[in-house]
Write a protein that binds this ligand. Sequence first.
Ligand SMILES: [Zn+2]
Length: 676
Amino acid sequence: AHIYPREKEGDYAGLIEGFENELKELQLNKQNFLEKLYFLLFKYTWSVPAQTERAGFYPDISLFAHLKLTAALGICLLSAKINCHKILTKLNEYWQNNKRSFLESIEKEKDFDIPIATLLLGDLSGIQSFIFNVPSKGAAKSLKGRSLYLEILLYVIAHYILKEFNLPLTNILYIGGGNFYLLLPPNKKDKLEKLQRKIDKVLFSAHKGQIWVGLAWEDLNIKDLLNPNRFAKKFGRDIHDKMQFHKMKKFKSEDIFNPFSASARRCEVCGEEAKIEEEEIKICEFCDSLRRLARELRKAKYFYLKETDIRKNYKTYKDVFSAFGYEAGFCEKLKDDTRCYLINEIPEKLNNNLVGFIFLPISLPLSEEGNVLSFEELVEKGKGAKQLGVLKIDLDNLGFILGKGWEKWEKEDFNKPCEDKQRESKLSISRIAFLSTMLSLFFNWQVAKLAERDEYKDSIYLIFSGGDDVFAVGAWERVFYFLKEIREKFEEFTKNELVTFSSSYLIVPTHFPVIRFSHLIEDGLAEAKGIEEDRKCPPPKNKGMFLNVCLDWGYKGKREDKTSVWELYEWIERIEKEAERDIEQFSRRLGLIAGVFSSGLREMKKGKLKGIEHVWRFAYGLRDWVKQYQNLVEDLVRLNQELIVEVWKEGEKKWLIAHPDFINLIARILNLKYRG
Ligand SMILES: [Zn+2]
């Protein structure tokens, strides 16, 4: 399937024909009809616009999102026994009487205050320590299973809630990145409180407070649904305030996870009593079950979800799922007795138990014997130094994007005051549903597909990818280029220079404590994103942190910035190409003088040295190479001069336009690659 935008007329006739043919077949066999219809509509209408420019609308919501949300709301109205006819008649009157200030005019209407739906937020906390608090020895065996478990757990809990309210799949607005949003019928406080108690009980029994799924909700009325400002307040603020309050209360009242039990044989991962000893690591039955979950991925073609009897002890992850009434897992062949979803592909045809598809980052680097590669084995697959590259990517300005939609933006939109941004927000439930689907197509699907390609499949370990972020480790050099390729694809996918992500990348030895590199990478990302914190009202970010040097990503093909991340990749490629024969020595020399140069630049800032000295020192340092590589050396010397001028000009501001460590960073990466 093509998911990248192309300059081409849509083949609507072909889509309609395909849809009708498949629909006919579904009607012959009514098994799981509704769910299949949902995926059929997904398949054929996800990139068909719901409105057109000709009709006066910017087409940035898909027909699929529109249909899905219409159905979801319809069910809520039906279940609340609301007189839709009366409401619609009234709405129409208001519209006819006052098109220009319609939203203001409906404000005083009491009938529009009646709640017609509940927006439910489910939020998983404790993710980072749950996934990453594992011994570095054998970490590769544990990480994937732990991250996947949390992902499926949220999925199972969302389905459990839907089942409790007797709602179909349409009412999941969004699942990913550690939370979900559901649309439920209105006035369900008691029931939701009961469900929260149940979730608490199960997760506390299984995890002693290490992870927690909190529920927070807001009633929605007609005004909230029609007025983006009202909706933005509930979706963007109120519901999160409630969640925050809920969390604080929760963690005050309960014993927080205590990793030390009295037993000498305790699990080296979670502190529970260890039952299993494997390769000198003692782990408990639960943690071992998560390792087995990762092993299931070897032959995973389908994901399945099956209703099951409720179990009440929590020895393995399966028991936790079953406490919510589900069995979930992976299989190679379709199961006879339950619904299956094709992973990371759109099925040609749906049939009996193949009801749909799901995007999950299931790729895992394996040895020929089918074992998960250890960090030590992973780093062997890349060039140069045998070190581990750690990468985290995170979308910038998600809230702003959701409010803005995919409409063509101007750079000025970014710099408008907050009040204007709020006033112009177009936030709505269908825009959220659409944009989150688009993001999941990229982060859940395309990134995972990329990791499965030959260049990466045995050198990249994708710990998670979904929602709006990515976390990967692997051979440092492979990770470095994996990031480049993700970025290329991302720019191709969004075709919007203002939709960006920031990244953090570092290199550590393979035995480095996992929990520590997970914190370091987060800190790097936070620092990169916060570097312009003096901005009055965020957006921009678009930063790339590389080995503690923070650069602006820029945009591919636009060479405005001398030290952007794209320039970094370009320079490395150019030096490799032009100085190929002497790459080792050239890199070493460049490293030496660039190191002196960047510390010299800092001295220069303090007034201790003059810029002119650096110009000739740098040129002098490269003098031996002028004959062989005249162009390259001249351009490097020029870059160096430009950096001096820019650094001088920039005053006390941070190094964003011209980073004094830029040439040094180029040299460090080349040296890691060619000297090991
Ligand atoms: Zn354990």
